[in-house]
Design a binder for this molecule. Structure first.
Ligand code: TYD
Length: 133
């Protein structure tokens, strides 16, 4: 599976403005079990720094921007999330970090399972060991 998997979300906007819809099975490759969002991120703060063993996620900046860095242990990628109609899939066993949040950034994340701390790998060396095994 490739590291970067963009998902183009349909913009149903009209002269009044924009409307972007997200539906399980249509734009998302899984049933949504959980939605969370990161906002009000303080200046200079970076977040993430973990991988998930099984969790599938899709992230989209619905306002503002941030830099997303992905790393599957072989390949690394870094790009801006700044389009409410362009989401990025974060697959299992992909180390991810978010940097350079704009002060107005609202990063919405859709996930296929409930929060489970035991699904996290928060140590980079352990992550590398797991993906090269
Ligand atoms: P964490 O996943 O560490 O955030 P990040 O990796 O973006 O820095 O989560 C921060 C805190 O929020 C941590 O105490 C776990 C809690 N949390 C939940 O309770 N539910 C959730 O869905 C998420 C993602 C985090």
């Amino acid at each position: 599976m490739s590291l970067i998997n963009w998902i183009d979300l349909p913009n149903r906007g009209d002269e009044r403005g924009c409307l972007v819809a997200i539906e399980s099975g249509k734009n998302l490759p899984f049933e949504i079990e959980r939605v969370y969002y990161i906002h009000g991120t303080q200046d200079g703060v970076s977040r993430g720094f973990h991988a998930h063993k099984k969790l599938q996620q899709v992230a989209v900046c619905v306002a503002g921007s941030c830099e997303m860095r992905l790393d599957d242990g072989t390949e690394k990628a870094s790009f801006q999330l700044d389009d409410p109609a362009k989401a990025i899939a974060i697959n299992p066993m992909v180390w991810h970090e978010m940097h350079h949040f704009s002060s107005d950034c609202v990063l919405v994340v859709f996930a296929d399972a409930a929060y489970d701390e035991s699904d996290y790998i928060r140590d980079y060396d352990s992550f590398q060991e797991a993906v090269t095994r």
